[in-house]
Design a protein. Structure first.
Length: 232
């Protein structure tokens, strides 16, 4: 209200905000896609310990798609444009067999690795809206790489819609057999993860993490994520 703007504390606050130094870089004719790619590169270059996570990539690309009403560049086209950028290409070389490798690793590496590209694709193409909300909620409370999921979970195909767990198979030589006339339910190991399966799994992982890390320091919380065997 007008009265709020006359309050001395409000005047002081607005005056302080007006003095904040702000820098906005823009280029004439730059498309929204180019602007997004440049922001990701700048963030990666300035990151002290961690580059943009696969979840951050997915959120930004999804927002770009929504702003274009679902049209515009495809995911792969945006990735190609990112990898072709001079600041990213400078970190990529070919080995003796023509395979692209990175000249840097760990801190300061801004290249988009195969596992991270796979994780971004999982988020964008194989995640339903309810599960997306779980990922978003967890990233509001913790940085993605310190929260309940992280890159290992995101790059694991069997956590996402349409995949199936090929590591679990029936054992025909098992000594455990049903008795004559005993009711038996056969398990179908070829079932794929559905929307509801994915959502239940994400909720289970999130609740387990919150319960186990309630009194744990933030930088140690990711040690309490479920391992691959626990996710099977």
């Amino acid at each position: 209200t007008d009265a709020d703007f006359q309050h001395p504390q409000s005047v002081l606050l607005f005056s302080s905000l007006m003095r904040i130094k702000t820098r906005i870089d823009s280029m004439a004719g730059q498309t929204p896609e180019d602007s997004l790619i440049q922001r990701i590169i700048n963030q990666n270059k300035m990151a002290k310990t961690q580059s943009v996570s696969s979840w951050q990539w997915a959120v930004m690309l999804n927002s770009l798609k929504l702003s274009h009403g679902g049209s515009g560049s495809t995911y792969q086209q945006l990735m190609d444009r990112y990898n072709a950028h001079p600041d990213v290409a400078a970190l990529r070389i070919e080995d003796s067999e023509g395979v692209i490798v990175d000249k840097s690793s760990g801190v300061g590496n801004i290249s988009l690795t195969g596992h991270k590209k796979m994780a971004v694709r999982h988020f964008l193409e194989k995640t339903n809206s309810k599960t997306w909300s779980v990922f978003a909620r967890s990233s509001n409370d913790f940085p993605f790489n310190l929260g309940p999921f992280g890159e290992a979970y995101a790059s694991r195909a069997r956590n996402f819609i349409g995949s199936k767990n090929t590591s679990i198979k029936p054992d025909p030589d098992s000594p455990i057999k049903p008795l004559d006339g005993e009711p038996l339910i056969s398990l179908d190991y070829n079932l794929m993860i559905t929307d509801s399966n994915q959502h239940m799994l994400a909720i289970k992982v999130e609740q387990h993490f919150l319960r186990e890390t309630a009194t744990v320091q933030l930088h140690k919380k990711n040690r309490y994520r479920p391992n691959a065997d626990e996710l099977n």
